[in-house]
Design a protein around this ligand. Sequence first.
Ligand SMILES: [Zn+2]
Length: 160
Amino acid sequence: MCDIIWCKKEINGKKCNTVNYLDPYCFWNWEGKVNCAECKTVYYIHMIQGFMYRGPEEVNEKPDTSPLYADKPLEGYKNYLPGIEGRTRPYQCLPRDIYLGVADMVKFSARGRPVRGWRPQPPSAGIAGSFGFDWDIQKLTPEVWEEYQQKLAKGEVSDW
Ligand SMILES: [Zn+2]
């Protein structure tokens, strides 16, 4: 759910009638100036918890940001999609840079016990195979087994 600024600015005797969408994440608790995507009139708004506390009031200043999207419902929903310079903001719903789409390989659980997800699985496991309850870690991944023995010796393995 997001609030809107329905721009009624009259330009050349015709109302702008553009609906500027104030997408909630950016404007939920926000004070500043935002432009109309069509006529570029700048409005001051102050939103608190998604509620329009003050504004929109027309101001003669530069906008701080733009709406993400705008359309004109009285003209067949002619619209401005995200990322039009000077009108709408680019859509930047990107994951944080630590999320590169590569799984972390984990050898041990939080309790210090070996997990079966550690690769490589031997060819005898078959395609996408696993050894079910018969996971011979000592034979299949001797280096993890070795590390596990060290963890046991250091008391880094627990039941809870
Ligand atoms: Zn306008």
